[in-house]
Design a protein around this ligand. Structure first.
Ligand code: ADP
Length: 667
């Protein structure tokens, strides 16, 4: 009876225990044969054999493929016959945990091997149970635990940066001070209390540097702080505290902590005094450097502008007092002309330099034929060289691809600048060479190298490193009375730099200098838009032009140029008057010259209004801006307002006539 009971209970105990396992294997340790004692439906779906010869090999071969790849190596390493037996001998069991794959699911599985002796035969029982929930809970716990340890260490480390930290319970605005350094304690502020904002405001009235108090009181209130935190994630403000009679910069930062303990504000204050003082010092230094540079610039500019102005004013007076002496008048006019020319190039250079220095230089990328560029450089510099009886030679035979993408005017400006210098700083009768070379870099790009060599006065070793700086000139050139501003090379160097190229100079005093400009440029296909021969001026006799211009002198100059070419004109003194004139005289005028800055109605507004008048005449009437606003953006604005073209003041008579003709004959 007792034995029976024992058998029954053993069976049911086994059964009850077996329910914890989703699979149990039974292995004869003598023969190594195994059978599956029970397996769950899900386990069955893995399709593993239910019996076999060598359990360890079976597991390592077949079982392994159902183990998570990250756990496979560990499994193969531990689940060997030696290690299992060794563990059983030592502890009576062998266990290990790994992740198994059931289709898409992965699950933590605990494998347990125990020995049993039954009817003289030795067996091992291998049970697999799911420990997924426990393992996940444990992993989550470990992660949270390690995070909270890390957080508290990080918090501790960061807290060192703050000389005070408050935690404010936003439910009732009560506060406690978390940590503070000793110095702060001497300020005598509360370590806990009920109304954080009110308490702080009161304390600050006592502790803050008086100049900063007003602003602080304006921003530091509950609503404002919370709404800024909501918007930016935090609230910060800087102010000065009086510490031992001295104002010291501090920075206050408030952030929101929203967790199971409710909404809390963490408010920390750091000492930024040294940092702020350094920053202010630096700003002061920069400001004074800027002022120095500005003063130098103004001094240079005013000197350079006064010199040619002095000549213009002086020779105008000489001419006026000697009207009968036509020789003297002509000579004075020549000098006025050349001084004006110099003044204009100076103004352009000053504009260029300030544009470059304020980062506003924008290079265009247009289809350019280098042949045209070479031709224009030759036209200009040949004349300059002839005036000095210099020999100048050009060689660009090795440039095979002349069609490129670049900013034509700027490239030309650089090359003319350097070549003009070579001519300027080379005594009469000597030689200047300009040579261009091309190296094909493949991929549709070439390196263009321009070399400008002279046999002139050369540049001293001392000055050479400064040659590309603004407003610098070598002393001997100023002593020799060669006109210049010391801006040309600095502009050229900056343009080349913008083009991604380089500019170099070699020189030997007394022997000459050689400048090299290298730029890598994209080539384009040869196209029909290449060079067009300049046409002779068209006959404009009898054409009628409306000049809209508020400045009498400018209007008069334009009218005189037009009349020299046989045209008639009338003047309107602002945009509104111009509009009225045109509205009452449909078809009468062949073109309009439009100033931009005018009282009552400016040139843009007037143009828009004219284009809005009904009739083809007002749509097609050529309107040409004639303006001193000469930046690229100004030109674009003119075109956008509906004008056809733009000429910059001061203009050359021929330029005005060509532009007017272009649009009158286009009609
Ligand atoms: P600018 O010619 O208007 O004075 P640049 O910036 O073009 O200004 O040149 C700066 C200075 O460099 C010149 O004043 C001159 O002293 C020196 N320089 C430039 N080119 C040459 C050259 N080819 N030979 C000798 N000196 C030169």
């Amino acid at each position: 009876m007792e034995k029976e009971l024992k058998d029954v209970s053993q069976a049911s105990i086994a059964q009850a225990l077996a329910a914890d396992y989703f699979c149990i294997y039974y292995v004869n340790t003598e023969t190594d044969r195994f059978v599956e004692y029970s397996g769950s439906e899900e386990y069955d779906r893995l399709g593993l054999p239910k019996a076999g010869d060598d359990f360890i090999s079976f597991s390592r071969n077949r079982f392994e493929e159902h183990i998570h790849p990250d756990d496979r190596e560990r499994f193969l390493d531990r689940f060997t016959k030696e290690k299992v037996v060794e563990s059983l001998d030592r502890t009576g069991t062998f266990t290990m945990t790994f992740r198994m794959l059931f289709g898409e699911d992965e699950r933590y599985v605990h494998l347990k091997v125990t020995r049993m002796i039954e009817k003289e035969q030795r067996h091992a029982v291998i049970g697999l149970s799911s420990v997924d929930e426990q393992m996940r809970a444990r992993a989550a716990y470990e992660k949270a635990h390690s995070e909270s340890i890390t957080y508290s260490r990080v918090a501790q480390a960061l807290a060192g940066d703050y000389f005070s930290i408050y935690e404010v319970d936003l439910e009732d605005d009560s506060f406690v001070e978390y940590s503070s350094i000793d110095d702060y304690d001497t300020l005598g502020v509360e370590k806990e209390g009920t109304d954080f904002f009110e308490t702080s405001r009161k304390n600050m009235e006592r502790l803050m540097y008086h100049e900063d108090l007003d602003r602080f009181l304006r921003v530091f209130n509950r609503d404002r702080v919370l709404s800024i935190i909501e918007r930016d994630g935090h609230f910060t403000t800087k102010y000065r505290l009086m510490v031992s009679g001295e104002p010291k910069y501090v920075s206050l930062k408030a952030t929101l902590l929203n967790d199971s303990a409710g909404a809390h504000l963490i408010v920390g204050t750091t000492d930024i005094d040294a940092q702020m003082k350094r920053e202010l010092e630096y700003q002061k230094l920069m400001e004074s450097a800027r002022t120095d540079a500005k003063n130098d610039f103004l001094a240079n500019m005013s000197h350079d502008i006064r010199t040619p102005m002095n000549a213009i004013v002086g020779y105008t007076n000489i001419a006026r007092s000697n009207l009968d002496d036509s020789e003297l008048v002509r000579d004075s006019l020549d000098k006025i002309g050349s001084s004006s020319h110099f003044l204009l190039s100076l103004i352009n250079d000053i504009l260029d330099i300030s544009k470059i220095e304020s980062g506003k230089l924008v290079l265009s990328k247009e289809r350019v034929d280098l042949e045209d560029v070479f031709r224009r450089i030759e036209d200009i510099t040949l004349l300059q060289a002839r005036n000095k009886s210099l020999n100048i030679s050009y060689d660009h035979t090795s440039v095979k691809n002349t069609h490129i993408l670049t900013d034509e005017l700027r490239l030309e400006q650089v090359l003319i600048n350097i070549t003009s210098n070579a001519i300027k700083y080379t005594p009469d009768g000597k030689d200047v060479y300009l040579r261009a070379e091309e190296t094909d870099l493949g991929n549709g790009r070439s390196l263009y190298r321009f070399m400008i060599k002279d046999t002139g006065i050369g540049i001293s070793e001392d000055y050479l490193p400064h040659i590309f700086e603004s407003f610098t000139r070598e002393e001997k050139t100023t002593v020799n009375r060669v006109q210049g501003t010391g801006l040309g090379l600095s502009i050229s160097a900056r343009i080349v730099e913008h083009m991604g190229g380089r500019i170099d100079v070699k020189s030997e005093p007394g022997k000459g200098s050689e400048f090299t400009v290298e730029v890598e440029l994209e080539r384009t296909e040869d196209d029909a838009t290449g060079s067009v021969e300049e046409k002779p001026l068209e006959d404009l006799t009898g054409k009628k032009i409306l000049i809209i211009e508020d400045n009498d002198i400018n209007a008069e100059i334009a009218a005189m140029v037009l009349s020299q070419f046989g045209m008639t004109s009338s003047v309107a003194i602002n945009g509104k008057e111009g509009l009225d004139v045109l509205e009452g005289s449909e078809g009468e005028y062949d073109a309009v010259l439009m100033d931009i800055q005018m009282p009552v109605m400016n040139g843009y507004e007037a143009t828009r209004a004219i284009r809005k008048l009904s009739g083809d005449y007002y749509r097609d009437l050529p309107i040409i801006a004639m303006s001193a606003n000469a930046y690229d953006q100004d030109v674009r604005n003119c075109l956008e307002a509906g004008m056809n073209d733009h000429i910059a003041k001061p203009f050359q008579p021929e330029e005005l006539i060509r532009t007017v003709a272009k649009y009158i004959y286009r009609k």
